[in-house]
Design a protein around this ligand. Sequence first.
Ligand code: TA6
Length: 295
Amino acid sequence: MDLNFPLPPSVTLATGPNGLPRLEIATPLAEAHLYLHGAHVTHYRAHGQEPLLFLSARSRFEAGRPIRGGVPLVFPWFGAKAGDAAAPAHGVARIRPWALESAQESEDEVVLTLRLEADADSHNDTPAEWTLRHRVRIGSRLTMELEVENHGATPFTCEEAWHTYFHVADVREVALRGLQGVAYSTAIEEPHHAQQQEEPLRFSRETDRVYHHTSGPYQIEDPGLKRRICIEKSGAPSAIVWNPWVAKARAMEDFGDDEWPHMLCVETGSVGPDRLEIAPGAAHHARTQLWAEAL
Ligand code: TA6
């Protein structure tokens, strides 16, 4: 990968599996790994803590395939693309190589900005005139921003999310707070549309819920790791909560059969009824902050 600027001392360009370029960040506050493939954060650990993110030992690091774990980016659609069975699940952003636009370091923090331009991808029936930037700040917290610019002459409708896989000791022991009273939809529970009554949400089966019009914040209480993972966000009114459990874990070839207890996806973005409609020449900005603190 040719860079037209020097990297700051805390950032090293390494080669990951299958030769995928990986930026390795090491500061006095935290360490992280970020692949240009999908602008994908695969590792973040604040010093003195356990890794914040889960990464499957079976993940494929291949062009055209998403990395399993860390923070896959969902864009410009969530899930299957309506009317296009051949389109990649969760869009194209997580399976494309991104450009590193800038890398800055100040006061023990590193900020990396990556850029993806629309291409003539056949699945892109939306006006192929957008630019997506992913700005990642590595400090005592993991801060990520998504900025979508619409360069077209017509409104651009899209969905986006950080599909974050959090590392937990045992999902059967964790409690997720912050979604009481929020409406959600699910394909694997009856009824398919409901309002969450319980607080906290606990996990005893496959869970796959899409919540709408929720501003957070959320907390994952993990007694096994004696920590609380904190999730704050802005410009991202949806939340998605997912654990594949036993059968779905077995069905995924890039996910270990025994890995499901050690992860929980709590994703944030704008999907479904919260999808974005960006006017010509306008931009949308979303931000999330993730960190852990002692229980
Ligand atoms: O975000 C939840 C979800 O949509 C689940 O339905 C499950 O499919 C998960 O995403 C993983 O999707 P992927 O395409 O990464 O295997």
